[in-house]
Design a protein around this ligand. Structure first.
Ligand code: FAQ
Length: 309
């Protein structure tokens, strides 16, 4: 049996692919693209919420937010390590991010205008991330699947802290309730866009499903997210800004409207409300960290010389 046929047989038999196994070039490339995009999203995703750390309304809220943002840094590093098992170079991936050659999730190109956004990001953005990432715990590439297990546990905590924050605000004053509703209005449609374009326009889904990198299509996961979120919105007492949202008895799912896909492609193409700001901030952090990388490399090479390795 040739290598490719052996690989296809193993993958369709639910065997995990490990770093030293033979794999088709396209499989390796697709994984590096997806995992790097995921890692970049975690790192850029620190910015919208990080914006509120210094203005958190209490010490408790500040401690929670700090922990969450730190978790996101950890997820990013974990995922970059997974790409390294495929032969990618972390430094090159960072260059690709700050030069706009690689993407990161569209959701992080929207501004955080009020403190309620911290809760809404936890509830909707982490909620969408969990929906999308729990199936990735069964993705065919071993290091990615294993990384996802821990990441999903932490994302669940993130989702709950967001929901709890919003619940607290909803039991507060009229102004706080209005702030939550306004935030949900802004984040609902961009959250639906996180799952990627409709299946009919998704260039990678078919092949990624065959390789069991993706376990569900973009539209399947979007539907799952809507079904999961509507009862949570009802309990919270907010309205989701979609006049077409309606339970469909026959399908056993909610019907819902389509996001503005032109806006999605604009944001993915670099023209969203905060794309330039996010990248400029990441570039500055990278440049400011140059001395740390140089010192770490000098230390490692001195150590290696001393130990004669
Ligand atoms: N944004 O063919 P498809 C998080 C691109 S982590 C930007 O359907 P695919 C945690 C796509 O890359 C959030 N670009 O693509 C957190 C492709 O580009 P190409 C990130 C997008 O890969 C929470 C083209 O469009 N999660 O939130 C987007 O099969 C709170 C065609 O699309 C992951 O990355 C988008 N939304 O499916 C952190 C999860 N959608 O080929 C802080 C892993 C698509 O032209 C705070 N990734 N594109 O270069 C995945 O599951 C998949 O990559 C999808 C997209 C489902 C995102």
């Amino acid at each position: 049996m040739d290598l490719e046929a052996e690989f296809e047989r193993a993958v369709s038999g639910e065997q995990r692919v490990e770093p030293r196994d033979w794999m088709p070039d396209g499989y390796r490339k697709t994984l590096i693209r997806q995992i790097a995009q995921h890692a970049h999203s975690e790192i850029i995703g620190m910015q919208p919420e990080g914006n509120w750390i210094s203005r958190a309304p209490s010490l408790r809220r500040k401690a929670i937010l700090l922990a969450k943002v730190q978790d996101e840094a950890g997820h990013g590093l974990y995922l970059y390590a997974a790409t390294e098992t495929l032969g990618a170079d972390r430094g090159e991936l960072t260059e690709n991010l700050i030069n706009g050659r690689q993407k990161y999730s569209s959701i992080f190109n929207y501004p955080t205008l009020s403190y309620a956004d911290v809760g809404t990001i936890g509830w909707l953005v982490d909620g969408a991330a969990i929906c999308n990432q729990v199936p990735l715990c069964r993705t065919s590439y071993g290091p990615y699947a294993r990384a996802m297990i821990r990441i999903c546990k932490e994302e669940s905590f993130h989702q709950r802290q967001g929901y709890e924050l919003l619940m607290t605000m909803m039991s507060g004053t009229d102004a706080q309730r209005a702030m939550v509703q306004e935030s949900v209005n802004r984040f609902w449609w961009p959250s639906l866009m996180m799952f990627g374009p409709p299946d009919s326009e998704s260039s990678n889904t078919e092949q990624s499903m065959k390789w069991r990198i993706k376990r569900n299509t973009n539209d399947e996961l979007r539907q799952k997210f809507v079904d999961m979120t509507v009862p949570q919105a009802e309990k919270l007492g907010v309205t989701l800004p979609d006049p077409d949202l309606k339970w469909n008895e026959e399908r056993g799912h909610y019907d819902f409207g389509q996001p503005d896909w032109d806006e999605f492609w604009q944001v993915v193409g670099g023209n969203g409300p905060t794309n330039a700001q996010r990248i400029a901030h990441r570039r500055k952090a990278h440049e400011d960290g140059e001395w740390v990388r140089a010192a770490a490399a000098a230390h490692a090479s001195r150590r290696a010389r001393q130990e004669g390795v």
